[in-house]
Write a protein that binds this ligand. Structure first.
Ligand code: NAP
Length: 333
C-alpha cells in the first residue's frame, strides 16, 4: 500500500512516497481502518528528523490524526465494518492502519472525513483547556493567540460556541480575516503590531481578558491585557522557545497560570476521553459551534511534503489535511 514512510531521519522535503509498504496486520483486539483523510501536525516535521520527544524506531510511517472507515473489527467489538471513525495512530499517512478501539470515536454523517481528520487531538486540546482547565464562562472575554492555527482556530470556534466574547490574535491581515469570517471571532488583533495589548484593553472596556489561550509561548506579553482573576492557558510553544513567566505578575495581577497536556489524558484519565468527544460532537451537532475549518488546499500523499512545508512556514490556516481516499457521499454541514 501507499505510505509516507520515514526510512532515515531527514527533513520531510526529502521524503518520497513508498508505494509497496506492507499492509498493517491488526492484533486480536484491533480494528483495521481504511484511512480517507489525515491531519497535518507541526510535530510531523520534527518527528521525521528525530527532533521530537516521541521517537519511533526506523522505518516508520508519519502522521497521527486520521478519519476513515472500519474495514475489519474483532467479534464483540463496539465497532463494525463500515463504521465511519476518527482517531489517532502512529502512521496515519497511509492507506490503511491497525488501531486500538480506544483510540477512535464514531464519526457522525454530518462531518466529512476532511473535517474530522484533524479533530482527534486538536479539538479536545482546545475544549479541555477552555472548559476543564480555565472554566471559561459565557460572557467572558477570551483571547486566543495564533488564532488561525490548528488548535487556535478550534479554540476560537469552541469559545464562541460556549458563549464567550472572542478576541483572535494572528500575524497577518489574511489570517485575521479568516479568524473572523470562518472562526466567528468577535474581534481580531494583529499581534505583530507594537502595543496590540492596548487594543485588547480598549475592546474589553479597560477590564482585560478573563481567559488567555496561548499555543505560541507568549504568555508574558499577553499578561499586559489580562483581567483580575484571569486564567492564562499554556498550550504550546509554536514560536520555538519555552517561556519563563515572571511569577510576581501572577501574584500582582491575582491570576492563574494553567497548563494543558491533552496527550497525557489517555494515560492519566482515559475515562474522561469519551465525555470530551461526546461534548464536542454535541456542540457541533447543535450548530452552536461551526464545523472544523479545513485549509483551502487539500493535499494528497504525493503532495504531502508541500503541505508540511506550508505548515512549517506559517502558510496554512485551520487544519491542513491530506486526502487519501475520496469520500463517496457529501457531508451535510
Ligand atoms: N498542550 C497540548 O496538549 C497541545 C496539543 C496540540 C498542539 N499543541 C501545541 O500547540 C502549538 C500550535 O499547534 P498547531 O497545530 O495549532 O500549529 P499550527 O497550525 O502550525 O499553528 C501555529 C501558529 O503559530 C503562530 N506562530 C507564532 N510564532 C511562530 C513561529 N515563530 N513559528 C511558527 N509559528 C508561529 C503562527 O501563526 P501566525 O502566523 O498567525 O503568527 C502559526 O500558524 C504547537 O506548539 C503544538 O505542539 C499542544
Amino acid at each position: 500500500m501507499k505510505a509516507y514512510a520515514v526510512k532515515e531521519l531527514q527533513h520531510p522535503s526529502k521524503i518520497t512516497l513508498t508505494t509497496d509498504w506492507p499492509e498493517p496486520v491488526p492484533k486480536k483486539d484491533q480494528l483495521l481502518v481504511d484511512v480517507y483523510a489525515a491531519g497535518l501536525n507541526y510535530y510531523d516535521i520534527l518527528q521525521a528528523q528525530g527532533k521530537y520527544q516521541i521517537k519511533h524506531p526506523l522505518p516508520f510511517v508519519l502522521g497521527t490524526e486520521f478519519a476513515g472507515v472500519v474495514r475489519k473489527a474483532p467479534a464483540g467489538s463496539a465497532f463494525k465494518a463500515g463504521d465511519r471513525v476518527f482517531g489517532a495512530v502512529t502512521g496515519a499517512y497511509a492507506e490503511r492502519v491497525a488501531v486500538d478501539p480506544g483510540a477512535v470515536t464514531k464519526l457522525p454523517e454530518t462531518l466529512s472525513f476532511e473535517q474530522a481528520a484533524g479533530m482527534y487531538v486538536t479539538w479536545p486540546t482546545s475544549y479541555e483547556a477552555l472548559v476543564g482547565r480555565a472554566k471559561l464562562q459565557p460572557g467572558e472575554f477570551c483571547l486566543v493567540t495564533a488564532a488561525a492555527g490548528g488548535v487556535g482556530m478550534a479554540a476560537v470556534q469552541l469559545a464562541k460556541g460556549l458563549g464567550a466574547k472572542v478576541i483572535g490574535a494572528a500575524g497577518s491581515q489574511a489570517k485575521l480575516d479568516i479568524v473572523k469570517k470562518r472562526g466567528g471571532a468577535d474581534y481580531v488583533v494583529d499581534y505583530t503590531t507594537k502595543g496590540w495589548q492596548q487594543e485588547v484593553m480598549k475592546i474589553t472596556g479597560g477590564k482585560g481578558v478573563d481567559v488567555i489561550y496561548d499555543p505560541v509561548g507568549m504568555i508574558t506579553d499577553c499578561l499586559k491585557c489580562i483581567a483580575w482573576k484571569g486564567r492564562a492557558l499554556v498550550v504550546g510553544f509554536a514560536a520555538g522557545s519555552i517561556e519563563k513567566v515572571p511569577t510576581n505578575l501572577i501574584l500582582l495581577k491575582n491570576i492563574s497560570l494553567v497548563g494543558i497536556f491533552w496527550g497525557a489524558y489517555a494515560i492519566r484519565e482515559p475515562a474522561h476521553l469519551p465525555t470530551v468527544y461526546r461534548e464536542i460532537l454535541d456542540l457541533l451537532a447543535s450548530g452552536r459551534v461551526s464545523a472544523p475549518v479545513v485549509y483551502e488546499r487539500i493535499y494528497s500523499l504525493e503532495t504531502l511534503s508541500e503541505g508540511l512545508h506550508a505548515l512549517e512556514t506559517r502558510g496554512t490556516y485551520g487544519k491542513a489535511v491530506v486526502r487519501i481516499k475520496a469520500e463517496p457521499t457529501k457531508a451535510k454541514l
